[in-house]
Write a protein that binds this ligand. Structure first.
Ligand code: NAD
Length: 326
C-alpha cells in the first residue's frame, strides 16, 4: 500500500480517486510549517503539493518518497535539486489551468478598459451622467481591445491560450520568448519579438507568463517599465518577484504607465505595508487566476491521477518536470 501526503486540501472529488482504492492510504496535512512537514512526510510514498515550500531539509528527511505531484504548473516552491539528487520525479498538472489563467488576463484587461465597476457605481448612486457628460459634452472613459497591441511574455501553455483569445478580439499579438522558434510562433499567425525592449515599446498590454527563476527575478524593473507607453497596462498572473513591486509602484505614481493587474506577489499574502496595495491604478486578485470551480477540480484530479499513473507505470512523460532525474 502506498501512503500519500496531501499537503493542504484539494477538491473533494479528486480525493475520491484514491478513497476506495486498497492500494492507497492518504492523509491531508494542513499545517505547512517545515518541522511539521518533516515529521508528517517522513513515511510518505508520494506527496501531493499545493503552495507549501518543499525544502531540501524536508526532502532529505523523506525515507520512502517516490514521487512529488504538484497541484499547478509553477514549481518555484520545490527544491528541485534535492529531488534530482534522489532521483524523484516532480509532476505538474499541465492540462488543468492554461485556459483559466488566460481568461483571468482577459478579465483584467476588460477591468481597465470597460470600467464596469465605475459605471455600476454611478448608476447605483443616481449619478447617471457623471461618467457620460461633462458641460453638455459626451465624454468617453472606456475603450476597446480591438486593434490594441499585446506583448505576451512567455509562449508556453498559458501564453498560447491567451494569444488565441486576444486574436479573437482583433488585437495585434506580439510574443517574446527566446526559447521558442520563430516558426512555432508564426504558426499561430503571431509576431515574434527578438528583444524585450522592442516588444514593450509597442505594447498597450504586457502580460507575463514565464516561470520565476534567477533569470526572471526582477526582469520587469524601472529600466524596462520606463520604455513602455504611457497608456500601457502590465498584467502579472505568473509569479510575484518577476516584477519589481517598488519600481512598478513608483512608475504608476509618476504616470509612466497607466495601470497594472496583479494576481501574484513577491510575498503572499502581501505585507500590509506594501505600498503597491494602496495604489488605485492597480487591480488585485489574491492568486486566484486559476481558482475557478472547474479548474480547482481539474487540478486536484490531475494531481492525484499523476500519482496513481506513476505507481501503475503509466505516467505520461510530458507531465514530469525533471525527466533526466529518473
Ligand atoms: P510553460 O512552462 O508552459 O511556459 C513558460 C514559457 O516561458 C516557456 O515557453 C519558456 O520558454 C518561457 N520563458 C522562460 N524564461 C523566459 C524568459 N526569460 N523570457 C521569455 N520567456 C521565457 O508555463 P505555463 O503553464 O504557461 O505557466 C507560466 C507561469 O505561470 C508558471 O511558471 C507559473 O508560475 C504561472 N502560473 C500562475 C498561475 C496562477 O494561479 N496565477 C497559474 C498557473 C501558472
Amino acid at each position: 500500500m502506498f501512503h500519500i501526503g496531501i499537503v493542504e486540501s484539494i477538491h473533494q472529488n479528486a480525493i475520491k480517486i484514491i478513497e476506495n482504492n486498497d492500494n492507497y492510504s492518504f492523509e491531508i496535512i494542513q499545517d505547512i510549517e517545515e518541522n511539521n512537514l518533516i515529521n508528517k512526510l517522513k513515511k510518505c510514498d508520494a506527496i501531493a503539493l499545493r503552495t507549501a515550500k518543499l525544502t531540501e531539509k524536508i526532502i532529505n528527511n523523506c525515507e520512502k518518497l517516490k514521487i512529488v505531484s504538484r497541484h499547478g504548473v509553477g514549481y518555484d516552491n520545490v527544491d528541485i535539486h534535492s529531488l534530482n539528487k534522489k532521483g524523484i520525479p516532480l509532476t505538474i498538472t499541465i492540462h488543468a489551468n492554461a485556459i483559466t489563467v488566460a481568461e483571468h488576463v482577459i478579465a483584467m484587461m476588460f477591468y481597465f478598459n470597460k470600467k464596469l465597476h465605475d459605471f455600476d457605481r454611478s448608476v447605483r448612486e443616481n449619478q447617471w451622467d457623471k461618467l457620460r457628460i461633462i458641460d453638455q459634452q459626451i465624454i468617453t472613459i472606456n475603450s476597446e481591445l480591438f486593434n490594441k497591441n499585446i506583448l505576451i511574455l512567455g509562449f508556453g501553455r498559458i501564453g498560447k491560450e491567451l494569444s488565441k483569445r486576444c486574436k479573437a478580439f482583433g488585437m495585434q499579438v506580439f510574443v517574446y520568448d527566446p526559447y521558442i522558434d520563430k516558426q512555432a510562433i508564426e504558426d499561430y499567425s503571431l509576431k515574434k519579438i527578438n528583444t524585450i525592449e522592442e516588444g514593450i515599446a509597442l505594447a498597450d498590454y504586457l502580460s507575463i507568463h514565464i516561470p520565476l527563476s534567477s533569470e526572471t527575478k526582477n526582469l520587469i524593473d524601472n529600466k524596462i517599465i520606463r520604455k513602455m507607453k504611457k497608456n500601457a497596462f502590465i498584467i502579472n498572473t505568473a509569479r510575484g518577484g518577476i516584477i519589481n513591486e517598488n519600481d512598478l509602484n513608483e512608475a504608476l505614481n509618476n504616470n509612466v504607465i497607466a495601470g497594472a493587474g496583479i494576481d501574484v506577489f513577491s510575498e503572499e499574502p502581501p505585507n500590509v505595508d506594501n505600498p503597491l496595495l494602496k495604489n488605485p491604478k492597480v487591480v488585485f486578485t489574491p492568486h486566484t487566476a486559476a481558482l475557478t470551480e472547474e479548474c480547482w477540480l481539474r487540478m486536484g484530479q490531475e494531481t492525484i491521477r499523476n500519482i496513481v499513473d506513476f505507481f501503475d507505470n503509466n505516467l505520461n512523460k510530458k507531465v514530469i518536470v525533471n525527466k533526466n532525474s529518473i
